[in-house]
Write a protein that binds this ligand. Structure first.
Ligand SMILES: [Zn+2]
Length: 437
């Protein structure tokens, strides 16, 4: 029997981690002789969902076993979720979905919808009733949405991998210490990994902050690359276990959909083809705001202070520059704003400036004498009524290309520049060994 198990929304700001439930289950399943039809899936859902806990990641295990094990396996899963989920947190509403056999297209479509928009619980329940064998929704049952989305996240096209390592219980909540040098070495040697380090600040990006049981994670193009990276990184504390997940991280899946400005909706990530309407300006706190327009309307875009140098790029935009802006849509004082996560510059307008010509006699700078008065040389005093100003093209400091905030300010789903042009078209179903331990 092929069973897909989707689990979501078990963690809270105080601790827990849905991926750790997967890690625990994988260890138990291995002992029971269960086979794995795919890597465990780590699906990042809409990062703008207002109720998300931290990274908003759901997981799916695709497992094969003899029919008589079905009851035991389902029982193990439910017990583990009940044991690990933080039921005291209002925002934690776990969901488990079981689905047998192949994945219908409708479920794949639903999965994308959950990554790209806000989906109602009824829509998930309708699909579960139509296709799935069972589902368990705890509390307000919202976790069913992500659990079902994870099952539909077949990631047949572009995907990446992440190797997550977990901490022993006695270390959780304490500061994570990694040998910094080993992370730099790994980044240099394993060129297929990404977002390990922010080179603007020399910050290590592989270790999260917070109370969850993850020690560090290595993201990369292949399972082999993240495994090789894992062998290089030296943590100061022991690793309890590690798992390689297949994921939509680093694929831009959330901003695939293109919108006109008039179609934008709060909380939905979007990509908009537009032109700059107004010079960018800076507001209190160092955030940069600019306005874009298309044939359906106009909207403010904001780039926040933590985006560092990305703001300097944005400040060089000028009216009529043509761009494709991607980001999340927020409501600020009743009007919508784009929180910019990425900008692709398609066309930069020519900007002209007037300048005084050089003195024809001595080559020094000239100055204007007022309207109709011509120009006079500052050095030799030569004056000529017929001299006129030159029109010059101003050098634009930005280029026609894609710009992203620095890696430390990027979202899990944001595709790093390094991945452009190497997006995957298919999934090789032969699993790399080892993918867990
Ligand atoms: Zn002169």
């Amino acid at each position: 029997m092929l069973l897909h198990v989707g689990i979501d929304d078990t963690d809270s700001p105080k601790g827990g981690c849905t991926t750790y439930i997967a890690a625990t289950l994988i260890q138990k399943f291995v002992k029971m002789g269960v086979r794995f039809a795919d890597y465990p899936i780590l699906l990042r859902l809409n990062p703008n969902a207002p109720w998300k806990t931290r990274g908003n990641g759901a997981i799916c295990l695709r497992i094969e076993f003899d029919d008589e094990l079905e009851f035991k396996i389902k029982k193990t899963i439910i017990e583990e979720v009940e044991k690990q989920a933080d039921f005291n947190c209002d925002n934690t509403n776990p969901g488990i979905v079981f689905h047998k056999g192949s994945i219908p297209e409708e479920m794949e479509y639903f999965s994308k919808k959950v990554v790209q928009t806000i989906v109602k619980l009824e829509e998930a329940e309708e699909l579960i009733n139509k296709f799935c064998c069972n589902a368990i929704g705890f509390k307000n049952r919202r976790g069913l949405i992500g659990a079902l989305a994870a099952i539909g996240g077949t990631l047949k096209e572009d995907h990446t991998f992440e190797l997550l390592t977990y901490r022993l219980p006695q270390y959780r909540g304490k500061k994570r210490i990694l040998d910094k040098k080993s992370v730099f070495e790994m980044d240099k040697l394993e060129t297929e990994t990404f977002n390990n380090i922010d080179y603007d600040t020399n910050q290590i990006l592989i270790a999260p902050r917070g109370p969850d049981p993850v020690l560090y994670g290595i993201r990369g193009e292949t399972a082999e690359s993240v495994f090789n990276g894992f062998k290089i990184v030296k943590p100061i504390e022991p690793v309890e276990c590690w798992i390689i997940y297949r994921s939509n991280q680093g694929t831009d899946q959330h901003i695939e959909k293109k919108y006109k400005i008039s179609e934008l909706k709060e909380f939905n990530p979007a990509t908009i083809h537009a032109k700059i309407l107004k010079m960018p300006w800076i507001i209190l706190g160092g955030h940069v705001i600019f306005k874009i327009y298309d044939d359906t309307g106009e909207i403010d875009c904001s780039v926040y202070e933590p985006s560092g140098k990305f703001r300097e790029i944005i400040r060089e935009l000028r009216p009529e520059d043509e761009v494709i802006v991607s980001g999340s849509i927020k409501k600020i004082e009743e009007s919508l704003t784009v929180n910019v996560e990425k900008i692709e510059i398609l066309n930069l307008v020519d900007i002209m400036k007037l300048s005084n010509p050089k003195c024809p006699k001595c080559g020094s700078a000239t100055e204007s004498m007022g309207i109709g008065q011509g120009l006079r040389c500052k050095k030799c005093g030569y004056r000529d009524l017929t001299l006129t100003k030159n029109i010059e093209k101003v050098d634009r400091k930005i280029k026609v290309k894609t710009y992203l905030p620095p890696p430390r300010a990027e979202r899990h789903l944001t595709k790093p520049l390094k991945r452009y042009g190497i997006e995957k078209k298919l999934f090789n179903e032969l699993l790399f060994q080892p993918w867990h331990s």
